[in-house]
Design a protein around this ligand. Structure first.
Ligand code: XIL
Length: 323
C-alpha cells in the first residue's frame, strides 16, 4: 500500500532539513534511486562531486559536470543543497604534487579553488563545509598539505575566501569523531572559538556522526551541541550512518538502528539543530562496507531494493510528532 505521506513530507512539515549524500551517476540512470531520494529527503549533499579531486581532472581545468548534475537535481526537486567540501587533505587531484609549489603558490592555488567553486555555486549552495577534518584524532592540528605550507591560518583564509564570493552561504567547519564531548571536540571548540575571536566568518560546525558502534551517548551529543551553540555557531549533523561491529552487533540490529537514528534526531529537535544529513540513500550505496568491512553493512534508511527500513519510519514518526 502506498504511503499517504513520506519522510520528506514529515521533514517539510516540521521545517527540518533532512538530507542525503548523493552520487551523480545513479541520479542520471537509476529510477529507484531517484524515487527513494525524493521520498526521503528535502536536502542533498554531493558525496564526492564537489571535492577537489573529482572537480579538477587536469591542471588548470575545472569539470563541473557531476557537481552541476547534483545542483540541478536539488533545484528541480526543491531541495536544499549543502556543499562538500572546499578544503580537505583527502581526495586531492592525482596530478597535484605539493612539491611542485612554493608555499605562496599553494596559498594562491587554494584561493583560486575556493573562489572558483564557492563562487560558481553562490546562491545555490545554502551551507558549505569550507574546511573538512583539520583536526587529528588526538586534538592536534592534522598534518596536511595545507597545514604544512600555511600553518593554522589556512583555515582563516579559506573561510574569508569563501565569504568573499558566497557571502550568503553559511560557512561550516566539519569533522568526524567530534559528535560528543571528547578530546577532539574540545580541540575543535578551541579552534573555532579562536577563529571567532579573530573575526573569521565561520557560521557553524558540522558533526559528521559516522556511528560505527551505535551512536554516542545522546546526552553528551546534546552537551556538545549546546556548547557550540553558545559560541553563536549553528550545528548540523552532516554525514550520519549507523553501524555496529559485526562481531557483537545487537540482535535485530535494524530496530536498534532505528532507535539510534531517532535518538540523534531527538537531540537535534531539542537543541535547535535544523539539519541532519544521512551519508547515502540505500544501504547498497553506502561507503561503509568498503571502508569498514568489520561493521554491519546496512547503515542507511533504505535497503538495496529501495524499501524503507525501520530507521526511516522512526525518523518519520518523530518528525510527525513535533508541534
Ligand atoms: C567518502 C565517500 O563516501 C566515498 O565515496 C569516498 O570514496 C571517500 O569519501 N568524511 C567525509 C566524506 O567528509 O567526504 C567522506 O566521504 C566520508 C568521511
Amino acid at each position: 500500500m502506498p504511503e499517504d505521506t513520506t519522510l520528506r513530507d514529515a521533514a517539510d512539515a516540521a521545517d527540518f532539513r533532512l538530507g542525503a549524500a548523493v552520487a551523480a551517476d545513479p541520479l542520471r540512470t537509476d529510477a529507484g534511486y531517484w524515487t527513494s531520494l525524493r521520498r526521503g529527503f528535502n536536502t542533498v549533499t554531493a558525496e564526492n562531486a564537489m571535492k577537489m579531486g573529482p572537480m579538477r581532472p587536469e591542471p588548470g581545468v575545472y569539470d563541473f559536470t557531476d557537481a552541476d548534475a547534483v545542483a540541478n537535481f536539488a533545484e528541480a526537486h526543491d531541495m536544499a543543497l549543502r556543499g562538500h567540501t572546499l578544503v580537505w587533505h583527502n581526495q586531492l587531484p592525482d596530478w597535484f604534487q605539493e612539491w611542485d609549489y612554493t608555499d605562496d603558490q599553494l596559498a594562491a592555488f587554494l584561493r583560486d579553488h575556493v573562489h572558483t567553486v564557492a563562487g560558481r555555486y553562490r546562491g545555490t549552495v545554502e551551507a558549505w563545509d569550507v574546511v573538512n577534518e583539520a583536526v587529528a584524532d588526538d586534538g592536534t592540528m592534522r598534518d596536511s598539505v595545507w597545514y604544512d605550507a600555511l600553518g593554522e591560518r589556512y583555515l582563516d583564509d579559506a573561510f574569508r575566501w569563501a565569504n568573499d564570493v558566497a557571502p550568503d552561504a553559511d560557512l561550516f567547519y566539519n569533522d568526524y569523531g567530534a559528535d560528543a564531548v571528547n578530546e577532539k571536540s574540545d580541540a575543535i571548540y578551541e579552534l573555532l572559538e579562536g577563529m571567532l575571536d579573530r573575526g573569521v566568518p565561520v557560521d557553524g560546525v558540522g558533526l559528521q556522526m559516522h556511528a560505527l558502534d551505535g551512536v554516542p551517548d545522546p546526552e553528551s551529543v546534546a552537551e556538545n551541541v549546546r556548547r557550540f551553540s553558545d559560541l553563536g555557531l549553528d550545528v548540523h549533523v552532516t554525514e550520519m550512518d549507523v553501524a555496529y561491529p559485526e562481531a557483537d552487533a545487537p540482535e535485530n540490529h535494524r530496530e536498534r538502528q532505528a532507535e539510534d537514528y531517532r535518538d540523534v534526531l531527538d537531540v537535534c529537535l531539542a537543541e535547535g539543530v535544523d539539519t541532519l544529513v544521512v551519508w547515502g540513500v540505500r544501504d547498497s550505496d553506502s561507503w561503509i562496507p568498503e571502508w569498514f568491512p568489520h561493521v554491519t553493512e546496512d547503515p542507511l534508511l533504505f535497503d538495496a531494493s529501495n524499501d524503507p527500513k525501520p530507521a526511516y519510519h522512526a525518523l518519520k514518526e518523530r518528525l510527525e510528532d513535533t508541534d
